[in-house]
Design a protein around this ligand. Sequence first.
Ligand code: GDP
Ligand code: MG
Length: 441
Amino acid sequence: LSGRLSGIFDKLRSKGRLTDADIDATAREIRLALLEADVALPVVKAFVFNLKERARGAEVSQALNPAQQIIKIVHEELINVLGGEGRRLQFAKTPPTVIMLAGLQGSGKTTLAGKLSRWLKGQGHQPLLVAADLQRPNAVNQLQVLAGRAGVDVYAPQPGNGVGDPVQVAKDSIEHAKRTAKDIVIVDTAGRLGIDAEMMQQARDIRDAVGPDEVIFVIDAMVGQDAVQTAEAFRDGVGITGVVLSKLDGDARGGAALSVRHVTGQPILFASTGEKLEDFDLFHPDRMASRILGMGDVLTLIEQAEQAFDEDQKEKMTSKLLGGEQFTLEDFLDQLIAVRKMGPIANILGMMPGMGQMKAQLDDLDDSHFDRVTAIIRSMTPGERTNPKILNGSRRARIANGSGVTVMDVNQLLNRFADAQKMMKQMTGMMGLPGARRKAT
Ligand code: GDP
Ligand code: MG
């Protein structure tokens, strides 16, 4: 038994790299999960390609099985691609800062204008909302209602004065902001249901008229596969400096986030999560990464990986495994019996970081060997089981006699137990328990 046991950690260490088979199998699942999450195919391909590269270079973790380890890499990589720590709004050196909103009709621009102004006001700014969407009859009114709720001013075309020319309105609004001591101007613009040349031209004209510090592309997270095409059109048509994902309160799987990031290379600044002004937050790449991955079989894998990192869980499993403070011959025997029965401990072993292999080794323990070990431990007194150090020559002879084996068998078992005890200590260390050394992952 111990010969097998003691080799396990060395074997894991000497494995060094994740195997191609490990990587390919997991990459297939990731690919499916991303497609299910509505990430556009070219983006999925690029992501999985990079992922494989990174996984190939990764050292084998002592704490995670290969699938878990790759999932962990995927999660980190997704967070990376989605923007890591993220970026704040860029403010102009000399106010007012001009923020222009662009996007398809219904994407949530006007709603965002209200949310953003409320948010900025809460930070001590004096925003001005500009109604440069003169396409829809109700657009100006909608913005005025939102501004009322947010408690900010609106610059809107006066009847008979510049009506119908959103470029002029946008241009004039900057002067108006200066006159009224506003430090931020948020320009709401018109959108079409589909991308068209006229709308793009109008957005460009507004952009050139106001010289924005930020051009924020607002995209409905529900659009899924269409995200790439739309983002490309706005990237090329107006130029984008930042992205806001809207309608994340729906059941969108979030794939649009990855697609848009990939296409525009620009940061996702905010997430819009409802119709109310306060349903709005900074974008959190980590949450989005979990949302994108949190489905199908991958969900289970992630949960396992998280479990492996969950401190409470670790301690619970460890103390169960150790059967208390110290790992004794009694525990050793208990474990052997439990593992033999393929009982709960066997399952726990399988779930535990790095322990799948140990379980496999224990599984092919042969019967006679197992019976002998059991007999030897049962021939010991409780005191001897707790403290094997007291086992001198005469005690060992008595035990050998009592269990029908040779003294050599008893010695061998005690050596194996010493190995197992050492391994338990190592495992405790691997799992990062207090006072133990944590192994690199
Ligand atoms: P615009 O055409 O780009 O200006 O889009 P609107 O701001 O008018 O939004 C279109 C519709 O989507 C409106 O009914 C909004 O109330 C709704 N909406 C906007 N943002 C969100 C959001 O984050 N969540 C939800 N559930 N609805 C939103
Ligand atoms: Mg609008």
